[in-house]
Design a protein around this ligand. Structure first.
Ligand SMILES: Cc1ncc(COP(=O)(O)O)c(C=O)c1O
Length: 407
């Protein structure tokens, strides 16, 4: 059997019935040579493609899997709720249990509302900022990803100028550009949307500076606009109280999804009392937003993350990975840049404007059993063990050998 025989056959079938073979960020056509499109199963920190190849998984489903695939306590909680009911005429009791957990865990949160995807959550935050302030302008960092709705999708196809009429841009961590955008919004400023840290694809990651985070807060305090932290990608990996707890600045509203239910479909908006009225006024809903099984999974996920200090455990294995890759890079004489928090690593190669070295590294490491990404930040989970990191570093050795051939 060839390395990816079955995957190729499935892709061929898919191309006939799915435009482009696959949509969005999970389209493997955007990945280097050899990356599979289709997966058969996943367990802990490991992933098997449809051809039976096994990988140490450093994408964790692009973030959602924070405790590891099939975490037994989460699965048990989901099974128990499934036996009772999932999609009913209204939420289960678990809605209130989960909301209480979240309000206890997240210092800025006085209340919470649930949705399904990160885009739902960021879009609800923008609507809330406008409903609460009675104004229109929203400031967003240039190049930041906040979802796939017309107001924020990175692809212009199908988007009208009107969809974005009230957006103004600034550069992340640049207070002068933030001030300028706020001045341009004037007395029509409804909110500032800011990522937990700068995690734009293909660019070195940056944590928010204290000065920048404080300036966001000051502008919102001065004007009555909403400070919105988009914690969809980073939430529950850096700090269980919210990623901006690390810089000591609390938002008015936060958007969450991805890892909240360890891989089940759930998103949340948390807010403070300033926006409670607005949250009662806007009409926000979806046929599946009250499903009880993902909520039960979320209760278990948050309890385990808290009990086991998930962020610290991911920081430990993430540090091992970072130090191991640095050592390999020095030994092979192939310089790399590793940026962002160790729980969400990004590895870029020096002198690699077309990402050729990154792709060669990833393709070779994939063959040797580690699923890395050449341009997007990756994700550690609590399931990664020292043995998994050791295995991944062996695979990375093959990656560095391949990248070295391009130097
Ligand atoms: C920072 C951020 N915001 C929002 C979203 C949108 O989330 P979803 O894909 O669940 O709609 C994402 C998804 O990657 C994200 O990374």
């Amino acid at each position: 059997m060839l390395y990816n025989d079955k995957d190729s056959a499935l892709r061929q079938r898919a191309r006939r019935v799915i435009p482009g073979g696959m949509w969005g960020h999970m389209n493997a056509a955007n990945l280097p040579e050899g990356y599979p499109q289709f997966f058969a199963r996943a367990e802990g920190a490991r992933l098997w493609d449809v051809d039976g190849n096994e990988y140490v998984d450093f994408m964790c489903s692009w973030g959602p899997v924070v405790l590891g695939h099939h975490h037994p306590e989460v699965e048990e909680a989901a099974r128990r709720q499934e036996a009772l009911g999932d999609c009913m005429n209204g939420p289960g009791e678990v809605l209130v249990d989960l909301a209480e957990r979240i309000v206890d865990l997240i210092p800025h949160a006085d209340w919470v509302q649930f949705q399904k995807n990160g885009t739902d959550a960021t879009t609800v935050c923008v609507t809330l900022a406008r409903a609460g302030s009675g104004r229109r302008k929203i400031l967003v960092a240039r190049g930041a990803y906040h979802g796939a709705a017309p107001w924020c999708t990175p692809a212009p196809a199908g988007v009208t100028a009107e969809d974005r009429a009230h957006l103004l841009h600034f550069e992340y961590n640049d207070t002068a550009s933030l001030d300028a955008a706020a001045a341009q919004a004037g007395d029509d400023l409804a909110g500032i949307v800011v990522s937990a840290f700068k995690h734009d694809v293909g660019r070195d990651q940056e944590m928010p500076t204290h000065i920048f985070a404080r300036r966001c807060r000051e502008i919102c305090d001065r004007t009555g606009a909403a400070l919105i932290v988009d914690d969809v990608r980073a939430g529950f990996r850096l700090n269980l109280g919210g990623s901006w707890e690390t810089v000591g600045v609390r938002p008015d509203l936060s958007a969450w999804s991805k890892s909240i239910a360890n891989g089940r479909a759930l998103a949340a908006v948390t807010g403070n009392d300033k926006f409670r009225d607005a949250a009662t006024k806007i009409f926000t809903t979806g046929s599946f937003w009250c499903e009880a099984v993902p909520m039960a999974a979320a209760v278990a996920t948050l309890d385990v993350l808290k009990r086991d200090d998930g962020p610290a455990r991911m920081a430990k294995t993430g540090t091992m990975l970072r130090e191991g890759l640095d050592a390999l890079s020095r030994r092979h004489g192939v310089p790399i840049r590793q940026t962002g928090p160790v729980q969400m690593p990004l590895v870029l190669f020096e002198d690699d404007p077309e990402n050729q070295k990154g792709k060669a590294f990833c393709s070779a490491a994939l063959r040797a059993g580690a699923y890395f990404h050449p341009r997007h930040n990756m994700f550690l989970s609590v399931a990664h063990t020292e043995a998994d990191i050791g295995r991944a570093l062996e695979a990375a050795e093959a990656g560095f050998n391949a990248a070295k051939r391009l130097v």
